[in-house]
Design a protein around this ligand. Structure first.
Ligand code: FES
Ligand code: FES
Length: 158
């Protein structure tokens, strides 16, 4: 029998306690234990960014983080962005600019962009490109994704 360890974390503003196997990643716990499947599972080796979430304010590849490392942390996933059933400005901009094709990479792209804009509300085009450099899009929507992030930054109060 696999030994489990109880961890407590705050996910999208909600306290959660989960019994996790020591070798389970944060990605596995989010998707399989907490049913938060917006965070995508793809390469599992930190190459694609599909599994990006924000942990204590920093974007991380949740496939590379053990769940027990997130004990006590604040975790934000794509499910936590919409409020009262309304998309966040960043989510709405992705739709508006046509940055969503198959959509598989989009939760990760949006979480990286969210972290970027939280740290730097008015990034340059080069800073946007650098901010989501770890997120791959096999549909090649990069231009629309850059536009969506820059449009969101334009809408932020200066
Ligand atoms: S699934 Fe985590 S970086 Fe690709
Ligand atoms: S929209 Fe399809 S992988 Fe990015």
């Amino acid at each position: 029998m696999t030994r489990t360890v109880p961890i407590s974390l705050n996910v999208n503003g909600r306290p959660r306690t989960v019994d996790v196997a020591p070798n389970h990643t944060l990605l596995e716990v989010l998707r399989e234990d907490l049913d938060l499947t917006g965070t995508k599972e793809c390469c599992l080796v930190g190459e694609c960014g599909a599994c990006t979430v924000i942990v204590d304010g920093r974007s991380v590849d949740s496939c590379l983080m053990l769940a027990i490392e997130a004990d006590g942390a604040d975790v934000l996933t794509v499910e936590g962005l919409a409020a009262d059933g309304r998309l966040s400005p960043l989510q709405a901009a992705f739709l508006d600019k046509g940055g969503v094709q198959c959509g598989f990479c989009i939760p990760g792209q949006i979480m990286s962009a969210h972290a970027l804009l939280a740290e730097n509300p008015h990034p340059s085009r080069a800073e946007v490109e650098e901010g989501i450099a770890g997120n791959l899009c096999r549909c090649g929507c990069y231009e629309q994704i850059f536009e969506a992030i820059l449009a969101t930054a334009e809408g932020v109060e200066r």
